[in-house]
Structures are given as structure tokens and as C-alpha cells.
Design a binder for this molecule. Structure first.
Ligand code: B12
Ligand code: SF4
Length: 439
């Protein structure tokens, strides 16, 4: 079949990100299919680009990747749902082909998004096995009810295959081919994404990651991870930084240490950043990471109030956060703590305590996100209630602003806006920009 794979993501903050998920799906679709990528990230008019590319291609299937539902914090809540609904409508009109949607954004709330976006099929979770199976269904060689986590309409009624997504063995997956990606991701922004494992065993109250990639940590062979990094660098010498996209890199710790050891053994020199968690974070890991080129750790600390951490089921306390910070300082690794303030049940007093905690911790950097629930995109009354709380939080942040001149507060555009970011990029800074704001 001729398949048009469409990366719909156009978010430019904090940087455009290479569509590694869709590249995985493409690499793992058997080569007997005729595969074409249409990336709308840098298109002046995404709808025109989509229509003209589909007119030229005449595909049998259009597969759209939806990465983000909303941008969490940047300037309030702007969601992408109408944009994706329009992409689906135009793709169907231009090609006459069935339209499939998948991706992390879609997986977070597939039923609601099926109703709003109206593709022919939706696939929640990993696409490497399920998408080729759906192609077999469309070819007539497989029964539709054998594909896990598939959503579709029959007589306008939404049908969902109840089986959970099949989480796959990562060592049997073909790595993504970056050569197919728009070279601007590397030439203009210099960042590549690498995945060393999927799944997070922790149970933070609000977290959607396990829906996308499961709870069971599935690790890749460290040697293959590092092979992929070298291959990517060889194919795209403009890459200046890698972001390890694992939800939490340092868990399980043995795996993370082994990836670092492999990088050290092979004299890896390009800096990288990862997400890390205070649980299980030890000096040995930090020292290995530093020796392997780690340029920074992003820590989902979330709150500086123990009762809030407990309610969020983070599994760690402010003491763990302090210990992790000390370890990073000893290892010489810049740490950036993200606070997610304004979660359900949190008071303005809690928010103030969190800011005071962070000021006292004095990490290398911090990002303050005000909590936005994905379901606000579905329920205007809920959204209105939350918007009002966010306004109070913003006022409190403004009042405290002098205490944190180098922290990033996206909602208030503090150290987080396109102009600052493009100035830093022009000056030759690569990697997550919190690492450079002080400069
Ligand atoms: C790493 C990461 C980042 C890094 C990215 C670094 C980089 N250079 O790539 C940074 C910090 C920059 C970042 C930023 C943002 N992120 Co982010 N990020 C992630 C994270 C942890 C992993 C993403 C990833 O690369 N996964 C690895 C790939 C292989 O998996 P995948 O993309 O999901 O693809 C698989 C499936 O989804 C599916 N699939 C994908 N496409 C398709 C298409 C079809 C047709 C099919 C069938 C299947 C399919 O198959 C793929 C292979 O299995 C996810 C959470 C998570 N655990 O998924 C959040 C996540 C994707 N981010 C999210 C968001 C919102 C953002 C931001 C908008 C805001 C923010 N503050 O986080 C920005 C936007 C950036 C941008 N330009 O788009 C949300 C998106 C959903 C939502 N709620 O809107 C997620 C899910 C986290 C969450 N909050 O729930 N992010
Ligand atoms: S540690 Fe991160 S990925 Fe794991 S459950 Fe908590 S928020 Fe989600």
C-alpha cells in the first residue's frame, strides 16, 4: 500500500522536536509498503502543504501523528484539537483514503479525541506493531478485531477494541531513520532525540505516560542505543546535543548506568540531557553520567511541600530532592527542577511554600509550570474554574518574581519566549535552553 505518514506537530517551543515516534512507526512498517513522510512542522501553510502533497502522492492510507493535545502552560491553554480535526478532514478530502491517527497526544484520551477529530481509525499506544497490522486489515488479510487498542466508527457509533495496547520488545524494534527527517531539526536547532527504554514503574497521580508506553520498564541493549547515537551523528553531523526521551532515565538504575558505561567505553563526546527522578538517584550514576557527557538533568520535583508530594503519589519527599541536588552539585551536573503548581487540592499557601523551598534549594535552574489538565480541553466549565485559579497563581508568581531571575516561567513568558530562544540559538547555544539562560 502507498502510505502517507503525516507529522502534524507545529509546536516551536521550547524547540521543534524531531518526530521520533512517527519515524519509529515508519521504520517498522514492512518495506513492501510504499512509505512517504509529510512533516508539517515548518510549513508556512500546513493545510496547503498537506493537500498538495497528498494530491501528488495519491496514497491508499494517510497516517497522522498527533504528539501534543495542548502546550501545557505556554500563555494559558491553547489546544490543537480543531487543528487536527481540520487536518483529518482535508486529508480525507484530498486523498479519498482512510485516515488513521495515533501518537502520544491521541493516546492520552483516545475516545474523546475520536469524537472530536473524527478520523476513520485511531490507534492508542505504540504504533510499530499495531499500525502494520491495521494495514493488513485494510488489505483484507487480517480481522479488524485482532488489532489492539484500535478505535473506529460503525454507523457513527464509536467502537473500541478493548484489548490493551500490546507493549513490544524494544530489542526487536527497528530504530528510526533520521535521514528521512527534515534536516532543519538538526541544522537549525542541533538536537536529536534518543530512547533507551520505555515504561515508568512509578505511579504519580496525574501522569499519562503509562497509558502511552506502559508501566513495565522495557530496556534496550545499551550497545544498540549507542550504535544508534553514532549512526545518527554520522548521518546528520549538525547534531550538537541529544535528549534522552525516556520518561525517567535513571530508573532502572542498572540500565542507566550501563548506558553511561557504554558511552564512556566508546569515547562519546556529544552532550546530552535526560529526565531524572530523585528516587534511586545515587552518586555512582551521577558520576558515570557526567563522564558520559551528561550536560544536565531535568527533575520532575513537582512541589516543595511534602503533603502535596504525598497526594501526588510521587513516592519521594523534599529530603530526596535536596539529596539529589547535592549529588548533582558534587558530580558537576546542572540540575533543573520542574515544579507543577496548582494541581487539584493545592492552595496558594502551598504554592508559596514550594517557591520558598526552591529558592532555598537554589538549583542550577528551574521551570515553573502551572498545572493544566488535558480534560480542560473537553469541558468548558471545568476549564473556566481552573483558569480562575491559574490567574491567582500567576499573580503570586509575579509577586515573587525577583526571587528567581533565571528560572523559566512559561505562563508569564519569563525566560521563555521565542525571541530569547532564537537569540540563544543564533549565539550557538545548543541543548535545552534552561542550561544557557544564565549566560
Ligand atoms: C521527551 C519529551 C519531551 C522533550 C522532547 C525532547 C526531544 N528533543 O524530542 C521536551 C522536554 C522538549 C518536550 C516538550 C514538550 N512536550 Co513532551 N514529552 C516527552 C515525552 C517524555 C517523550 C516523547 C517521546 O519522544 N517519546 C518517544 C517516542 C518514540 O514515542 P511517541 O512519540 O509516543 O511515539 C510512539 C506512539 O505514540 C506511536 N505513534 C506516534 N505517532 C504515531 C502515528 C500513528 C499513525 C500511529 C498509529 C502511532 C503513532 O508510536 C510511536 C512508537 O511507539 C512524552 C511523554 C511520553 N512518555 O510519551 C512527553 C509528551 C509527548 N510531551 C507533551 C507536551 C504537552 C509537551 C509540550 C507541549 C509542553 C511541555 N511542557 O511538556 C512540549 C512541546 C515540544 C514540541 N516542540 O512539540 C505531552 C503531549 C500530550 C499532551 N498532554 O498534550 C506528553 C505526552 C507528556 C504529557 N504531558 O502527557 N517533551
Ligand atoms: S516519574 Fe514521571 S513518568 Fe513516572 S509516573 Fe511519575 S510523572 Fe509519570
Amino acid at each position: 500500500m502507498k502510505v502517507a505518514y503525516v507529522s502534524g506537530n507545529r509546536e516551536q517551543l521550547p524547540d521543534p522536536v524531531v518526530p521520533i515516534g512517527l519515524l519509529y512507526v515508519i521504520a517498522n512498517t514492512p518495506d513492501r509498503h510504499d512509505k512517504h513522510l509529510i512533516d508539517l512542522c515548518f510549513a508556512d501553510d500546513p493545510f496547503n502543504t498537506l493537500e498538495s502533497s497528498l494530491n501528488e502522492l495519491s496514497p491508499d492510507v494517510v497516517a497522522i501523528s498527533m504528539r501534543n493535545i495542548q502546550n501545557n502552560d505556554y500563555s494559558g491553554l491553547s489546544d490543537n484539537i480543531d487543528y487536527y480535526a481540520e487536518l483529518v478532514r482535508r486529508a480525507r478530502d484530498a486523498s479519498g483514503a482512510p485516515v488513521v491517527i495515533g501518537g502520544s497526544g491521541f493516546s492520552v484520551m483516545p475516545e474523546e479525541l475520536m469524537e472530536r477529530i473524527r478520523p476513520d481509525y485511531g490507534l492508542s499506544g505504540e504504533g510499530e506493531v499495531a499500525f502494520p497490522q491495521l494495514l493488513e486489515v485494510l488489505e483484507g488479510s487480517r480481522q479488524v478485531d485482532t488489532v489492539g487498542a484500535l478505535y473506529r466508527f460503525e454507523d457513527d457509533k464509536l467502537l473500541a477494541i478493548p484489548r490493551p495496547p500490546q507493549f513490544i520488545d524494544l530489542n526487536r524494534v527497528i530504530p528510526p531513520d533520521r535521514q528521512q527527517a527534515n534536516h532543519r531539526y538538526f541544522a537549525d536547532y542541533g538536537i536529536d532525540a534518543i530512547q533507551t527504554k520505555r515504561g515508568c514503574p512509578l505511579r504519580c497521580e496525574y501522569c499519562t505516560y503509562p497509558i502511552i508506553e506502559g508501566r513495565l520498564g522495557r530496556t534496550r541493549d545499551p550497545e544498540e542505543v549507542v550504535d544508534e547515537m553514532f549512526a545518527s551523528l554520522e548521518a546528520c553531523p549538525d547534531i550538537k546535543h541529544f535528549f534522552i526521551v525516556d520518561s525517567v532515565f535513571n530508573l532502572p538504575k542498572t540500565h542507566a548506568k550501563n548506558v553511561c558505561r557504554e558511552l564512556i567505553k566508546r569515547n562519546w563526546e556529544v552532550p546530552w540531557t535526560c529526565y531524572a527522578n530523585p528516587l534511586g538517584f545515587d552518586q555512582e550514576f551521577a558520576d558515570l553520567a557526567k563522564a558520559a557527557g551528561c550536560a544536565g538533568m531535568e527533575v520532575g520535583s513537582d512541589s516543595g511541600v511534602d503533603s502535596v508530594l504525598e497526594r501526588l503519589k510521587k513516592g519521594f519527599t523534599t529530603e530526596h530532592i535536596r539529596k539529589m541536588h547535592d549529588i548533582c552539585v558534587t558530580a558537576g551536573i546542572p540540575d533543573c527542577h520542574t515544579l507543577i503548581i496548582g494541581t487539584e487540592g493545592e492552595t496558594l499557601d502551598d504554592v508559596q511554600q514550594s517557591l520558598d523551598f526552591l529558592a532555598d534549594l537554589d538549583p542550577f535552574s528551574a521551570i515553573i509550570m502551572i498545572w493544566i489538565d488535558d480534560y480542560e480541553t473537553m469541558d468548558p466549565a471545568y476549564r473556566a474554574e481552573r483558569v480562575s485559579l491559574r490567574k491567582d497563581i500567576e499573580a503570586l508568581l509575579r509577586k515573587n518574581q525577583d526571587k528567581f531571575p533565571t528560572w523559566c516561567v512559561p505562563a508569564l513568558q519569563i525566560n521563555f519566549d521565542e525571541k530569547l530562544f532564537s537569540a540563544l540559538r543564533r549565539a550557538g547555544f545548543h541543548g535545552p535552553l534552561w542550561q544557557h539562560v544564565q549566560k
